[in-house]
Design a binder for this molecule. Sequence first.
Ligand SMILES: CC(C)(COP(=O)(O)OP(=O)(O)OC[C@H]1O[C@@H](n2cnc3c(N)ncnc32)[C@H](O)[C@@H]1OP(=O)(O)O)[C@@H](O)C(=O)NCCC(=O)NCCS
Length: 139
Amino acid sequence: MRKRGIRYKSVCKGITPANLKGFFVGWPKKPSPAALLKILKKSSYVFLAVDAKSKNIIGLISPVSDKTLSAYIPLLEVLPEYRGKGIGKELIRRMLGRLKKYYMIDLLCDPGLRKFYESAGMKPSLGMRVRNYKRQAGC
Ligand SMILES: CC(C)(COP(=O)(O)OP(=O)(O)OC[C@H]1O[C@@H](n2cnc3c(N)ncnc32)[C@H](O)[C@@H]1OP(=O)(O)O)[C@@H](O)C(=O)NCCC(=O)NCCS
């Protein structure tokens, strides 16, 4: 996939569940494409990478924020066949630019992703979490 075949957008307008297939790779219980569309619409901000030819969403990042002091980034994913082409890096770059007015921008990640986020200008920190696996699909 050539880079010029990818477009970026910051609104969900015109997107249907059919454009949102294939996300949550490796999750035992995945939110459906319809649930993902709901998640994106209810997020405080969104950046989407779109395959210009198919119009399908192939990468996404979706922070939630109090719109005053802080933002948290629960989801960043690029579909497997589009990975390693700079799309993830571009999504986090655009999103950190959008969120730069906030004091706190946080996310949790596995240790293997530390360098990826450090290269975007983020710093490691200690995080804590709760996971309700019965609710993993969002319903
Ligand atoms: C993490 C993810 C979004 C990266 O997207 P991507 O489009 O493949 O990343 P890029 O092509 O922009 O890679 C940018 C750099 O990060 C590195 N990188 C990408 N994915 C990585 C990973 N999983 N682990 C370690 N390094 C990674 C690349 O090697 C590249 O390094 P370079 O600039 O030195 O060449 C993608 O692998 C993904 O969707 N993973 C599954 C979901 C996930 O883990 N999301 C993060 C939740 S915290």
